[in-house]
Design a protein around this ligand. Structure first.
Ligand SMILES: [Zn+2]
Length: 202
């Protein structure tokens, strides 16, 4: 901004030294030219608190969690759970180890490792169940601990071509023996060194 402030200086300033006037003018001009500072976010991301962890069933591993899912195994950055409602055969949850609320709270190494775990689980489900597509979802409105729902989808199912619901209208509950067998097969597949062959697009 080019403003000739010297012209507006009152007469009484005429006796002031030239360098001083120059400094004052430069100072005012600088102030006028400073761009507005970017507005700070209204609220910073919520810090992890003791209460948040205690209220989180992935951290407390409370009965609410065990009623909904069965712990299958641990991977480097996550814990893998089999969803008890097997309406979508093979449905799993991959929960990050440690209470983080948002993906951006993970370090780049944690995010990469976590995504590797998710892909590994999806690959195992692909090998075991041969779904037509696998859906991935993070919700977390109520339980904010970062976790993926990994949901094999099948053509002809009532939820094909639409987002799967958290709770399906009809549920498929297995026997304890069937859950045990499924968890064993999942763990065995996750331990397999082979990487599934990518399926062609269709
Ligand atoms: Zn948690």
């Amino acid at each position: 901004m080019n403003i000739k402030l010297t012209a507006t200086l009152p007469r009484m300033c005429c006796r002031v030294s030239k360098p001083f006037v120059t400094l004052v003018v430069l100072g005012i001009a600088t102030l006028l030219s400073i761009p507005a500072r970017a507005a700070e976010p209204a609220t910073a991301p919520a810090a992890t608190t003791t209460n948040a962890v205690a209220d989180c069933f992935y951290c407390s591993k409370s009965e609410r969690l065990t009623k909904m899912m069965i712990e299958a195994c641990e991977l480097p950055y996550s814990t893998v759970y089999l969803f008890r409602n097997q309406f979508f055969a093979g449905r799993c949850i991959v929960a990050f180890k440690g209470h983080k609320r948002e993906l951006y709270e993970l370090t780049p190494a944690e995010r990469a490792g976590f995504m590797d775990d998710v892909a590994r689980v999806a690959g195992a489900l692909g090998q075991l169940f041969h779904p037509d597509k696998i859906n991935y979802a993070i919700f977390g409105d109520e339980v904010s601990h970062v976790h993926f729902h990994v949901v094999p989808k099948y053509r002809g199912s009532s939820e094909w071509n639409r987002p799967f619901p958290l709770n399906t209208a009809s549920k498929k509950i297995l026997s304890d023996a069937e859950y045990k067998d499924l968890v064993a097969r999942l763990k065995s597949q996750l331990a397999a060194p082979t990487v599934p062959t990518p399926r062609p697009n269709h």
